[in-house]
Write a protein of this length. Structure first.
Lengths: 261, 261
DNA sequence: AAGTGGTCTAGACCACTAC
DNA sequence: TAGTGGTCTAGACCACTTA
């Protein structure tokens, strides 16, 4: 077999960013993550073949595959046998229902019809700045979407993003985007949403919401506060949703394939 | 290297249950799952070493490890270097917050104080029977728990399980259980909850809930309908929770490490 | 036919735990 | 010291995709 001491001829790997982890495959994983953060490969693009990457990082194919295994498990990369390995891309028929979790009470899943209600530029409050990891008073974009399912408005989304990450975002571009919002973030700004945190509570409809949702003011709604993250837990979007759960409901976590603690 | 054709000397593996999958490691995974379902190893017990299992299933250690890798990712097994591989066991400090998702609005996690409010035997309605996968009119146990956090009652759980799976369950045993409910299911009935499905909507407090939660009748509450599953998606528990989200909230999914679609 | 990822092997060495 | 899982290697062969 001629197996030699592992650390012996380390060769250090010509990783573009020599991030150091406890083990070789973690180093490789971090190296790929760093290349992704540096936008070396963009959403939907193929990354180099396993053979090439194993040479680049100076590890065996098995070790390289273990690193990619984890990135695939994290929904950051996607493998296609015979084709290559790709940067995961948000699409209507892929990942959409991982982030859109409102379904009809009979379980029927359906794509929402989204319409932009408002679009404004503002300065970040201290609270919003802390969430988005930017300086207070930095400029942000805030916009509101109305989402309808089966012809009925069931949900109002209030979305805030930092201008410094979404330079040049316009109301027109938002309206004319051809696919999902997160797909638009990828294509137009090379920002890849790879995870979210959500907190839910009961709230009551204010005037705008009651108007759009066609319910009485004060009607109890399900409030979802979401922070969306890119690589390395970088917060890129704050979203507060209000859902009318009279005929729809929110699909919670499945508690298998879940993070520890 | 002397690598020989993979399928050549298949040896078929002396799996206790010869479940067939598309690949060897899937076969091994199903074989281990079948042994778990057959209660060959119980919650918290060690399963045989990787070497022994690789001999039992007639595969190399690498293949055996790939099967166990997936079972570990599914939170069904737990590895401890130097000790062995164990059947995952529900404990206060392990897995608890994967299933208990209510936290204070400042994010503070805390263990609830649980008190049993009622315990009854009944017959399954058609709807409950369908959910639990039993015949209508089969006997079930129904009990109600009140959960308090920081001294305040925030949540009422209505739980239903089939008598045929929980033979001999008594109110006293429930009250005297030393650990968490799912740990009790494991120790007393060898039932391992490994996943859940949850649906959330807004509901209003009925008289019992308003009384226990000390809110006015009709106060909007967060309603969580959960089905808990054992191996092979066997439904073992139905739980309907009502949460007062005035000072607490529900932690949603993180949308990384999540199942497809 | 060439190139990609997918599976599987047979082993060496390391790190950790118990006795 | 013996036994366990954790990492890593070097390669063979399979399945799939594109051309």
């Amino acid at each position: 077999m001629n197996t030699l001491k592992n650390g012996a001829a380390h060769a250090a790997g010509a990783a573009s960013t020599p991030v150091i982890g406890g083990t070789r495959y973690k180093e490789v994983k971090n190296g790929i993550l760093a290349a992704l953060s540096a936008k070396e490969w963009k959403g939907g693009e193929a990354i180099p073949s396993e053979k090439r990457l194993s040479e680049r990082f100076g590890v065996s194919i098995g070790t390289l595959r273990k690193a990619i295994d984890e990135l695939v498990a994290d929904n950051i990369l996607v493998r296609h046998q015979g084709l290559g390995t790709f940067v995961a891309q948000h699409q209507r028929d892929r990942y959409f229902f991982r982030f859109f979790r409102v379904v009809r009470q009979d379980g029927e899943k359906s794509y929402p019809t989204v319409s932009l209600v408002s679009f404004t530029k503002a300065k970040a409050t201290r609270e919003v700045a802390a969430i988005l990891g930017i300086e207070p008073n930095t400029r942000v974009f805030s916009f509101v979407n109305r989402l309808a399912l089966h012809g009925e408005t069931v949900m109002i989304d209030s979305i805030t993003v930092a201008e410094e990450r979404f330079a040049g975002l316009t109301e027109a571009a938002l309206r004319e985007r051809p696919s999902t919002l997160y797909n638009f973030y990828q294509d137009a700004f090379h920002i890849n949403v790879v995870g979210t945190e959500e907190r839910l509570r009961v709230a009551t409809a204010n005037e705008i919401e009651s108007d759009l949702l066609e319910v009485a003011p004060g009607t109890p709604l399900l409030e979802v506060r979401r922070i969306a993250y890119s690589y390395h837990q970088e917060p890129v979007e704050l979203r507060i949703s209000h859902v009318n759960t009279a005929r729809y409901e929110y699909v919670g976590p499945s508690a298998s394939h879940e993070e520890p603690l």
